[in-house]
Design a protein around this ligand. Structure first.
Ligand code: FMN
Length: 197
């Protein structure tokens, strides 16, 4: 009897404040490709004006909880819960001064609550281990992707996640990307690749 594989759950955190700008468009094209490959894709706009996310306060209360959860209750809470359940987490961001957007970084830092450290024993546990982690970044020009990617790549290595990235230079200003069919093809292909696992 053939065993049917469950569809891969992919969570995209879209980190631009611009609705329907380059990041949202890339997230949509990525999702098209991934869904065509049978994946379930959810896009959460974590930089939307109405999305409330405090940064990590380093209270470390999460380390005393049994659950992998942050004690700060805001819109990042649901996003973190989805991250823990997803097979693949993709962070999409515009390049802002050679880095990711500040809004995305607030959610990224709250991932602290998805780890449990025992410093005395020198151990770390996380439901993120074994997942796929990726970045989609676009920029007006082409410089700075190495710097942007580095914290994501290092976090993936530290956590035991497979890391992938899609760099989109020459994306133009917000919205310009919509007419760029070659980029659409690349974003959809990236979605297919992540969906295949
Ligand atoms: C605050 C800010 C900083 C930016 N910094 C850079 C940069 O360092 N290099 C670059 O090539 N583009 C930079 N850009 C351009 C954006 O990265 C680019 O237009 C991106 O595709 C916009 O995506 P969005 O429409 O999803 O916001 C910057 C834009 C803003 C608003």
């Amino acid at each position: 009897m053939a065993i049917k594989r469950l569809p891969r759950k992919i969570l995209v955190l879209a980190g631009s404040p611009v609705r329907d700008g380059n990041t949202d468009t890339l997230a949509g094209w990525f999702a098209e490709g991934a869904r065509a490959q049978g994946a379930e894709v959810e896009v959460v706009r974590v930089a939307a004006r109405e999305f409330r996310s405090a940064g990590c306060t380093s209270c470390r209360a999460c380390q005393k909880l049994e659950a992998y959860a942050c004690v700060i209750r805001d819109d990042a809470s649901a996003a973190l819960a989805k991250m823990a359940k997803a097979d693949a987490i993709i962070m999409a961001t515009p390049l802002y001064f050679f880095s990711a957007s500040a809004q995305l970084k607030t959610v990224f830092d709250r991932m602290f609550s998805l780890y449990k450290w025992d410093n005395a024993a020198g151990t770390m546990q996380t439901p993120l281990a074994g997942k796929t982690f990726g970045v989609i970044a676009s920029a007006y020009e082409g410089a700075g992707f190495d710097a942007l990617e580095k914290p994501f790549r290092l976090t993936a290595e530290y956590t035991g996640m497979k890391f992938y990235s899609l760099r989109v230079p020459n994306a133009g200003v917000s919205g310009d990307i919509r007419g760029k069919q070659e980029i659409r093809r690349k974003a959809a292909a990236f979605g297919k690749k992540i969906a295949k696992g």
